[in-house]
Write a protein that binds this ligand. Structure first.
Ligand code: BGC
Length: 230
């Protein structure tokens, strides 16, 4: 039986949702709603519940979350709300939809939608926060939180490359820091390929070497299907 997955991407700026078949084909247009503020679990679940009413029938759910997630339970949510700590996200969505649900870090899910499964593949996502993921021969090293590590001048990668970084340094400055950060990541991680994705990747103008691929943001949702295959 062909299964339909409802892929959800919880972001710091917007909540996205799309039902996809096993061939990665969307069953209808992606729905996007602003992330409610304060972005508490209750407020986000309420918005998602309303979005569910407009989706076609689905069999299972995948949720990408902007923080550390272990076994479906949230540990951190730096760009949402403190109330998320220890919140069982997979269980809460499963209760609302009555469908089996898996939840994981958003960059990890995005990575599943991008990688080819060979060598050391790394992913960074440019959005409200700075997401990062690492795969070795297709196997995920979960919850890599590069964004919160120092990059330079006592500021983190996320301070420079996340939404705050665009606002502070302007698009040109942000591109300059991005290029510098990618060169540093190459020296630290020695990736065979780096994928750059996320909602702000349309702002990327800097030129990368051949080992960097600019990706489509839709991977953040399509990777949700792969979550069911690992
Ligand atoms: C979080 C990551 C997340 C990234 C992108 C960061 O602030 O710590 O877990 O992947 O934002 O949403």
């Amino acid at each position: 039986m062909a299964l339909t997955t409802l892929a959800i991407d919880i972001g710091g700026t917007s909540l996205k949702m799309m039902a996809v078949d096993e061939q990665d084909q969307p069953l209808q247009e992606r729905e996007k709603q602003p992330t409610p503020r304060p972005a508490t679990p209750q407020a986000i679940l309420k918005t998602l519940e309303d979005m569910f009413t407009r989706q076609p029938k689905f069999d299972r759910v995948s949720v990408g979350f902007p923080g550390v997630v272990k076994d479906g339970v949230v540990e951190t949510a730096p760009n949402l709300d403190g109330e998320w700590a220890s919140f069982d996200l997979a269980h809460a969505i499963q209760k609302k939809t009555s469908k089996p649900t898996k939840a994981a870090n958003d960059a990890d899910i995005q990575g599943y939608g991008l990688i080819h499964g060979k060598g050391l593949e790394m992913v960074i996502t440019l959005g409200t926060g700075l997401g990062s993921a690492l795969f070795i021969d297709g196997k995920l090293v979960p919850n890599l939180e590069l964004g919160h590590h120092p990059f330079k001048d006592n500021q983190t990668y996320e301070d420079y490359l996340g939404k705050r970084g665009v606002e502070k340094h302007g698009i040109e400055g942000w591109n300059h820091h991005l290029e510098e950060a990618v060169n540093l990541m190459r020296r630290i991680f020695n990736f065979d390929r780096l994928y750059v994705g996320g909602g702000n990747m349309h702002k990327v103008t800097c030129k990368f070497s051949k080992d960097v691929t600019i990706s489509k943001n839709i991977a953040g949702l399509l990777g949700g299907i792969k979550l069911w295959e690992v």
